[in-house]
Design a protein around this ligand. Structure first.
Ligand SMILES: [Zn+2]
Length: 103
């Protein structure tokens, strides 16, 4: 039984991600536990489970608009022909509508 405390300590270390996740009341604790349990033997799986357990889950609508905020549309300047008033993309030297020279 001499090794028992060490075994327990090792077990606690192994399941540290699950313990952290449980302490943080993670909703996806089952997932963390599964990754911890199934992939914990590999350092990568253990780290993934720990990062997952430590990650802050924010599904609150405060972050939603920030995440989904549309990129400001690049202002496409429209050049209007002084001759006929037709709008065209900038850069053209002549109006595509009437052929007049653009400023
Ligand atoms: Zn024109």
């Amino acid at each position: 039984m001499f090794h028992f405390p060490f075994f327990l300590g090792g077990l606690a270390c192994y399941f540290l991600p699950t313990i952290v996740g449980a302490a943080r009341h993670k909703t996806n604790l089952v997932g963390i536990f599964l990754v911890n349990f199934l992939l914990g033997w590999s350092i990568v799986g253990w780290v993934v489970a720990l990062v997952w357990a430590l990650s802050t889950e924010r599904i609150d609508p405060v972050r939603g608009p920030q995440t989904w905020a549309p990129q400001p549309q690049q202002q496409q300047r429209t050049l209007y022909c002084p001759h006929c008033g037709a709008g065209g993309p900038p850069g053209g030297r002549f109006c595509a509508h009437c052929g007049a020279a653009l400023p």
